[in-house]
Write a protein that binds this ligand. Structure first.
Ligand SMILES: Cc1cc2nc3c(=O)[nH]c(=O)nc-3n(C[C@H](O)[C@H](O)[C@H](O)COP(=O)(O)OP(=O)(O)OC[C@H]3O[C@@H](n4cnc5c(N)ncnc54)[C@H](O)[C@@H]3O)c2cc1C
Length: 477
């Protein structure tokens, strides 16, 4: 169903209707859309993605492979204990960690059913690896992300998921922030077109905050808008300061584990534990190595260090992924009615740190749970007397298409990236002047409060502030 409605400048903006609207087509969004259709084949499910091709950290990351924690039946308690041990000083709920363990066998079966290319032992069994922060070999790995993307897309199409490529979400449709979410406002990546899609329930699967940083190794095509979109809708965010950081060689962005550097005493004994995980840890003693490298940063954010095998290297910190996002319940519901979240923009199943392979598991488990629950909610509304999904909704922010397109946020993003690299990295409060940090935040708040600023820039500023405010709460050693 389609009709047109005047936007703030008086032009006609098409209005579409669906039952479940999924924003983002990484592992989490694909899984949510598939689960929604499987749960309620009579409902319309629409999946929105800025790009048709494989993109984001799920389907275009530079490793061309993904590991997934896959605890076997009987291993649930150990898995949950490990996941929660890593959560401090962040916030994690035992019930959400338990959901990961409970659903892992079913979500692994999904991937096997899609024919993904898993690494196997000679006898054909799945090969199991210890993920970062763990010595238990329970993670499985698949190669070939373009193939994985094609397999997910084919399944979504076969189930009748409606695919809407070339658009990104710039606002949720709701009467006021915190009120029920009843759809989203989309803007074409190219051209002037805007759309409003009214929906019975919305699933945000928008990826993480790494695109906000100048140095990053996330998959291409991420927007960095997730925290901004969720916060604008009034969703409660947690763990947003716990960005995952990797050390890379500054030129080629090749990964370097600080545990492989030559360390004098009294830090040398931390090299062994540090080699057990790639991202910098929060709240663990071996983060002292990372903080030492950070304290020695010179111009351009580079630290010269001696690698035990590769000699002198110029190292820099690169944003890899986030551990924060909208706090969800066991069905993927955020604190805002009608709005679900999953994947890297959702949190609470892990805290400050997460097990290697834990994000793929979380994206699939909470993608499936959110998709099912959203379908159930939308189904109830579709059958309701008022046909609620098409009634009484208006965007909280109303700015015209022209303003949105002219301000695609690129200039702000360039400025923002450098600032986030300087003020959003761990321990920035010790290394940078308080006045400079305050000025940076004041500029972000000004962007946010200026009614003339385009929606995209405002969302970027809001995402950045969510990371910085989260970092204020992070308790570094
Ligand atoms: C190099 C690398 C290796 C990794 N390896 C592992 C691993 O082995 N195991 C593991 O567990 N994790 C790993 N991760 C992390 C993991 O890949 C990601 O956290 C996970 O894939 C995120 O999935 P997602 O669906 O939430 O987000 P993404 O895959 O990033 O997808 C987000 C989607 O949202 C879309 N989008 C963004 N903004 C908007 C908008 N405004 N409107 C509509 N759509 C939007 C994007 O275009 C994209 O389609 C790795 C990450 C990297 C970078």
């Amino acid at each position: 169903m389609r009709h047109a409605r005047s936007d703030a400048l008086g032009r006609l903006a098409p209005v579409l209707h669906t039952d479940v609207l999924v924003l983002g087509a990484g592992l989490a969004g694909m899984r949510a859309a598939i689960a929604a259709r499987q749960a309620a084949p009579a409902l319309r499910v629409t999946l929105v993605s800025p790009r048709a091709r494989a993109s984001g950290s799920s389907f275009a990351n530079r490793n061309n492979a993904l590991g997934m924690q896959a605890p076997l039946p009987g291993q649930e308690d150990l898995f949950v204990a490990e996941a929660l041990r890593l959560a401090a000083p962040g916030h994690a709920a035992p019930s959400l960690a338990a959901a990961l363990a409970e659903d892992a066998p079913a979500r692994l079966d999904d991937l096997l059913g899609l024919g993904l290319c898993f690494r196997r032992e000679e006898d054909g069994r799945l090969r199991r690896f210890p993920g970062c922060f763990s010595s238990v070999p329970r993670a499985v790995v698949f190669d070939g992300l373009a193939q994985a993307h094609a397999a997910f897309l084919a399944q979504a199409r076969a189930l009748g998921v409606e695919l809407l490529f070339g658009f990104e979400a710039l606002a949720q449709l709701q009467q006021a922030p915190g009120g029920r979410v009843a759809g989203a406002r989309l803007c074409a990546l190219r051209g002037q077109q805007t759309l409003r899609i009214h929906a019975g329930a919305v699933v945000a699967a928008l990826g993480g905050p790494a695109p906000l940083f100048a140095r990053r190794i996330c998959g291409p095509g991420g927007s960095g808008l997730a925290y901004g979109l969720l916060a604008s809708a009034g969703a409660r965010l947690v763990n947003t300061g716990f960005v995952q950081w990797f050390w890379v060689e500054a030129k080629g962005l090749d990964f370097v584990n600080p545990g492989e550097l030559a360390w004098p005493e009294p830090l040398a004994h931390l090299a062994g534990p540090r080699r057990q995980h790639c991202p910098m840890a929060y709240g663990l003693s071996d983060a002292a190595l990372d903080l030492d490298l950070l304290a020695r940063q010179g111009p351009g954010g580079l630290t010269r260090a001696e690698h035990t095998q590769r000699g002198a290297l110029d190292l820099a910190l690169a944003a890899h992924a986030g551990n924060g996002g909208a706090l969800i319940d066991a069905q993927g519901r955020t604190s805002v009615e009608g709005l679900y979240a999953c994947g890297e923009c959702a949190s609470g199943m892990h805290g400050a740190n997460r097990l290697g392979g834990g994000m793929v598991l979380a994206a699939l488990v909470f993608g499936a749970r959110a998709g099912r629950a959203a379908a159930q909610e939308a189904g109830g509304q579709a059958g309701g007397p008022a046909g609620g999904r098409t009634q009484g909704t208006a965007p909280a922010e109303a700015s015209g298409a022209e303003q949105e397109r002219q301000d695609n946020g690129q200039a702000l993003l360039r400025w923002l990236g450098r600032g986030m690299q300087r003020f959003g990295t761990p321990g920035a409060e010790q290394r940078t002047q308080a006045s400079a940090r305050q000025a940076f935040r004041a500029r972000l708040r000004a962007v946010l409060e200026d009614a003339q600023t385009g929606l995209r820039s405002r969302l970027l500023a809001r995402s950045a502030l969510a990371v910085l405010e989260g970092a204020d709460q992070a308790d570094l050693p």
